[in-house]
Write a protein that binds this ligand. Structure first.
Ligand code: 13P
Length: 330
């Protein structure tokens, strides 16, 4: 999953999230359109040079190519590990307005057994932490960390590698310093709960959000500030024997997300590989190009996918640059 020079694509948008993404580009969000779009991603030739794993959604893991090959089988044949999103989404946290708790533990043992049979090697669970005046609360951080630990333990019991994703949202006006504070607390609590649950760090991946000022903050963060603060929080909280850290893009610009990862990998070597697990920062141009002409633009969309995947793969080695970015084929 964190092989040198490779990263993960998150293609696990729930049907609800897919609806939002497809609406934005004017494509009807039917099961068949979702299948064709995912097929465009999975069949891109050479994707495995840059991508070690792809996270799927429950619907997607059961879908097939035009010629009838199940998606997980197609990926496995290319040497890409199929993963699965197993949480049931973030819901309102009772008695805590504006905060969320991720659901999905009920029946998870049975679902993991089925996903394992379908070829899944790893799983993902996303928790959402919102920064606003007076939040996040201890209750929100604690209950999400506890749920992630229960999820991760069930994954390891089933022989599936858990990705734990406590996402501190970029939305809002908060400063980078406030994001640091909240990220530190969230990560500390998450690793404490994982330890208490007996989850082996060597078989766990952290999917982290970067430390960055809120999207509406008066002062936006520079690449150097994001890289520096993110590394500081990770080195302070992440156990040295964790298998790896991958980032979500969280609404950052495509090139911005690549530049941040690149800078961190230029700054030094860490106890864990530092890679990516982007959804939007890889798929934004791909979806846009595909949507403009779903019949005839498959090749162009795949070229954009390969390019963004390559840029991020270079960033895992600190080898990305503005010069290389100029070769963009879209
Ligand atoms: P983004 O990269 O679009 O934030 O998505 C990552 C992800 O998988 C969120 O769970």
């Amino acid at each position: 999953m964190v092989a040198p020079g490779k990263g993960i694509i998150a293609a696990d948008e729930s049907s609800g999230t897919c609806q939002k993404r497809f609406d934005a580009v004017g494509v009807e969000c039917t099961e068949e359109n979702r299948r064709q779009y995912r097929q465009t991603i999975f069949t891109a030739e050479g994707l495995e040079q840059y991508i070690s794993g792809i996270i799927l959604y429950d619907e997607t893991i059961r879908q097939k190519t035009d010629s009838g090959v199940p998606f997980p089988e197609l990926l496995a044949k290319k040497g890409i590990l199929p993963g699965i999103k197993v949480d049931a989404g973030a819901k309102e946290l009772a008695l805590h307005p504006g905060e969320k708790i991720t659901e999905g533990l009920d029946g998870l043992r049975e679902r993991l057994a089925e996903y394992s049979k379908l070829g899944t090697k790893f799983a993902k669970w996303r928790a959402v932490i919102t920064i606003e005046n007076g939040i996040p609360s201890e209750a929100c951080i604690d209950s999400n960390a506890h749920a992630m630990a229960r999820y991760a333990a069930l994954c390891q019991e089933a022989g599936i590698v858990p990705i734990v994703e406590p996402e501190v949202l970029i939305d809002g006006e908060h400063t980078l310093e406030r994001c640091f504070e909240v990220s530190e607390k969230t990560l500390e609590e998450t690793f404490e709960e994982l330890k208490e649950a007996g989850v082996a760090p060597e078989g766990t991946i952290l999917k982290a959000s970067m430390v960055i000022a809120g999207k509406k903050a008066a002062k936006q963060s520079s690449v150097d500030e994001v890289a520096d603060a993110t590394i500081r929080v990770l080195t302070a909280t992440v156990p040295k024997d964790l298998a790896g850290v991958v980032f979500l893009s969280g609404g950052q610009g495509d090139e911005q997300a690549t530049a941040h990862l690149n800078k961190m990998n230029q700054m030094g070597k860490y106890a864990w590989p530092l890679s990516f697990s982007y959804a939007r920062a890889i798929q934004n141009p791909v979806l846009k190009i595909w949507a403009a002409d779903t019949k005839n633009n498959v090749g162009k969309a795949q070229a954009a996918l390969l390019f963004r995947s390559k840029m991020n793969a270079l960033a895992t080695q600190g080898k990305y640059s503005d010069e290389i970015e100029k070769e963009r084929p879209y």
